[in-house]
Write a new protein. Sequence first.
Length: 351
Amino acid sequence: MKYQIGDRILLLSSKEEGTVVDFVNDNMVMIEVKGTSFPVYLDQIDFPYFHRFTQQKLVKEEPRLIPGDEIKVDRRKYEVFKTDKGMFLSVLPVYQMDGYDETVKLMKFNLFNDTPHAMRFYFQIWLNNQLDLEIKNEIQPYNHFYLADLIFESLNDNPRFEFTFFLKEPQAKLATSVKKTWKIKPRQMFVQLEQLRAKEEATITYPLFDKFPDKEPEPPAPAEPAKKKAASAITSLGSGNFASLLSKIQLQPETSLEPKQEVDLHIEALEKNWKGLSNIAILAIQLNAFQRYLELAISHHQHNLIVIHGVGKGKLRDEIHQVLKQTPEVATYVNQYHGRYGYGATEITFK
């Protein structure tokens, strides 16, 4: 190829100089001009040396003084302010010749931060529910970050991108973090690639968020302890199926919960003052904790969750399985022998 990575080039349309940073295919290269990278065809660029030579004058003319030149102009008011367009993902398909036709070989993914905030981010690629790539890094305001290449055949492996963004300098009115998931749909991707080729454009963009979200207001304090509310609700409702019973008990969490990969539902792990409670009250507290951690796992896009319910008479296990049957986000659940828990735990896998 005429150019190599690192070569200085001249963009013929604007006479701006840039640098070759990557090869796209035999007809295109990726260049960087003033901190911005984009693909161009080879016939749109040239080496800058001839242009530099023709622009230089052998004898420099003395600057001509014009009255008023000595007055300094405040140019800050003429600066163009950058707009906050949000965070988005850019996909650059790389083609190869297959006989007489061009086919997509792989896709290059870049993250664009078009916001005024510097952020730390945590990025994962999952293929067939298996972690394939993990990145922890930072991205500056109005800048981009190269993430990864994905082979085109990987679209058959249900690829999923997981993002978690944190403000590098936390702000009181903004949320601590924001999580985003992007699942690639092969059929939709095929259509967009055909449209891209028809329009003769280079990249596809996917918005992740328009602006960093505001902090959510604090929830009101519970009017009464969850344990006492559960006991009164159970007394009024009587016996019956606990999956339906639990949906009628509105328990307020006493503290905020963090998602877990493993949840222990033994009553002594959930409630310090559990002695003296009836079996039905204990069961309600256990099911309430299970429901809250299940919802947390789903909202945080966890891939699995282990629930330790013990063996006993199997009442808690059966009620948990009844809830899982009615939860559409659950792919599978199994209660089989485990070296650590025996038969006292159920492993849940989410879609």
